[in-house]
Design a protein around this ligand. Structure first.
Ligand code: SF4
Ligand code: SF4
Ligand code: FES
Length: 254
């Protein structure tokens, strides 16, 4: 297993680890915006840049890489707070603040890096979307791909095809849940859910009556997993009750 240093602290991590894992193991915080545990890293926001040296290189030659997707190597040295790393993060946040001047997450991160106002021309139509790509990647990950990044420049955004209710969307809310700025709106109520201008019928637990999952989502999961659709419409409360009833019937032996 590779052993490396992060800001001088020695850590040993798994063979498949990336630098971000090593930093976390060392207790060193590296800011991220487009990383989400469980999703393939993308390396798009560039906020997680670090300096890195590895064996065989000149002793003072460091390369700047993104921590979320760069693999570790034995003997590697990682520096997360060098002058050029901090300056690069400042540029990233300065640009994001120009695009999203009213977004609390970006305002906070920018302030933490000493930026009170963007030095670039601000976006004439402020948005909360930082184009981190988490929503489209999670939608791809579940095998739906209902939304995508469209347009260019200030107008770049995440949208369904032709800005119409996406035919493939199953209303699972995964995109809204991973969005770091909570800028994907949805609503729920009266056995219905609405997201991306599309309405979904909710399936309710037959025992508790709780709305659990959209019908489209249950059908999607049942099709892909082979598990009967009814399983997905069972609430956690019902599952706990079934488990408790099963335990109550067990005979204690020995
Ligand atoms: S709610 Fe629709 S767009 Fe969002 S992740 Fe689920 S399927 Fe994709
Ligand atoms: S909508 Fe949210 S998750 Fe999707 S790219 Fe924009 S900020 Fe990221
Ligand atoms: S978190 Fe690493 S590039 Fe975005």
């Amino acid at each position: 297993m590779p052993t490396l240093t992060v800001n001088g602290k020695k850590v040993t991590v798994g063979q498949d680890a990336v630098i971000l894992d090593a930093a976390r193991a060392a207790g060193v915080q590296v800011p991220t915006l487009c990383q989400f545990d469980g999703l393939e890293p993308w390396g798009g926001c560039r906020l997680c840049v670090v300096d890195m040296w590895q064996q065989g290189w000149d002793a003072d030659w460091f390369k700047m890489v993104t921590a979320c997707n760069h693999p570790v190597a034995d003997g590697m040295r990682v520096v997360t707070d060098s002058e050029r790393v901090v300056e690069t993060r400042r540029v990233v946040l300065d640009l994001l603040l120009a695009r999203c001047p009213e977004t609390p997450l970006i305002q906070r991160l920018a302030a933490e890096h000493g930026i009170a106002a963007t030095s670039y021309e601000p976006n004439p139509t402020p948005t909360d979307c930082i184009l981190c790509g988490l929503c489209t990647r999670v939608c791809d990950h579940i095998g739906v791909s209902a939304i995508a990044s469209v347009n260019r420049g200030w107008g770049r955004e995440i949208a369904p095809p032709f800005h119409e209710a996406p035919p493939d969307c199953i209303g699972c809310l995964a995109c809204a849940e991973v969005c770091p700025t909570q800028c994907i709106p949805y609503s729920e109520g009266a056995g219905q859910r609405r997201i991306w201008d599309k309405d979904f019928e909710m399936l309710c637990d037959p025992v508790t009556g709780e709305a659990v999952i959209t019908k489209a989502q249950a059908e999607h999961f049942a099709r892909r997993s082979g598990v009967p659709q009814g399983y997905f419409a069972t609430s956690d409360t019902s599952k706990r009750r079934v488990m408790a009833a099963t335990f109550a019937k067990l005979k204690v032996v020995g």
